[in-house]
Design a binder for this molecule. Structure first.
Ligand code: FAD
Length: 320
């Protein structure tokens, strides 16, 4: 019996969330007294690396048709891997890929599913996991009663932990179905730090007044190695690209540090960012709802505060 973790990779590289998922799978396997096995699809680069995070073995299906995500093909391949390894728990990342797989895979394996879990399961006779619900306003405890369970792990809920050395990588013989779609091209967002993986995020809203003023946000972000983000109306009015939109209808993030600059803190925005470890709010309105969610708040004009912050960080860097 095993815990099978699907570790996503892109162009031969694992994302941080893949190491988080393997760490979660390893700890779950320890709780349940099972083996943790990692699975890679397509070009996974140095797949043995997953052993460092607790996978006792890495299975690889290196068929080139799996280099691009196809939920039907991935579901069939992961389901076969689960059957061959006797998996009782299948762990996915709660990424756009994982979200696209969790329901399909559960249906195929006749499994109960819990998307977006953020705690380890209990092992007191019942398999229970916790996840945020109602835009992060409440925590649900979900019991999965099926023989096989499919769960996806919320990003940044578990820090990757190195517990061992590289694992052996074995090819896994499965039927890879012919894909019904062809990915013609992938246009990657250019930028130093991908938003879902960023440890620090500098985010700004309508308080910026217009796209021409974003220079100070970009400068601050670059200075501290942060990704940039924005509120929904900012993306809707094309001040910033849509991939920067965070919140209920945008990207959900959990960075260690989130700067909210000129953002009111509407519930729909908070839904995507309120799991950030530390939140710094800069807003000139003392009644702005974001202050209630803030760890640090600066009630002042952003056009005064942000340039001063930039100067302070520059000075700090020069003296470091
Ligand atoms: C179904 C639904 C889904 C939604 N999903 C999302 C979502 O995913 N993400 C999202 O962000 N929104 C979402 N929204 C919209 C959300 O309700 C808010 O309207 C939006 O978040 C407001 O954006 P904002 O804070 O940038 O703008 P505003 O509400 O206009 O706030 C601007 C803030 O800037 C401050 N400000 C202005 N000038 C300055 C200055 N010079 N210095 C300092 N502060 C200043 C103001 O005090 C104000 O608090 C959704 C809405 C609906 C109905």
């Amino acid at each position: 019996m095993s815990v099978l973790v699907f570790a996503e990779s892109q162009s031969g590289q694992f994302k941080k969330a893949a190491f988080e998922a393997v760490t979660y799978g390893h700890k779950t396997a320890q709780v349940l007294g099972m083996d943790c096995i990692a699975l890679c699809l397509g070009d996974a680069g140095n797949a043995g690396e997953l052993g460092q995070y607790g996978a006792s073995k890495v299975l690889s299906v290196s068929d080139a048709s799996l280099n691009s995500f196809d939920s039907q093909a991935y579901t069939k391949v992961i389901a076969q891997a689960a059957e061959k390894t006797g998996a009782k728990v299948v762990v996915l990342m709660h990424s756009s890929t994982g979200k696209g797989l969790v329901g399909r895979l559960a249906a195929r394996l006749n499994a109960g599913s819990a998307p977006g879990v953020n705690q380890l399961p209990t092992n007191n006779g019942a398999f229970r996991v916790k996840k945020n619900v109602f835009s992060g306003k409440a925590i649900a405890e979900v019991e999965l009663k099926s023989d096989i369970k499919v769960i996806s792990v919320m990003g940044n809920s578990f820090q990757p932990e190195k517990v061992g050395s590289d694992a052996a990588v074995e090819g896994l013989a499965v039927d890879v179905p012919a894909s019904k779609i062809t990915v013609k091209s992938v246009n990657k967002v250019q930028g130093s730090v991908p938003l879902p993986e960023a440890e620090v995020v500098v985010s700004a809203g309508r308080g910026m007044k217009g796209p021409e003023n974003w220079g100070i946000i970009e400068e601050l972000a670059e200075l501290i190695g942060a990704a940039t983000a924005c509120s929904r109306p900012v993306a809707d009015t094309h001040w910033r690209p849509h991939h920067e939109h965070v919140g209920q209808t945008g990207v959900a993030i959990r960075p260690n540090l989130y700067f909210a600059i000129g953002i009111s803190g509407a519930i729909q925005h908070l839904a995507g960012v309120n799991s950030s470890k530390v939140i710094v709010v800069i807003n000139k309105d003392p009644e702005a709802p974001f202050f209630k969610a803030a760890d640090y708040g600066v009630c002042a004009d952003l056009f005064d505060v942000v340039p001063r912050l930039i100067e302070a960080f520059k000075k700090h860097k020069a003296n470091a």
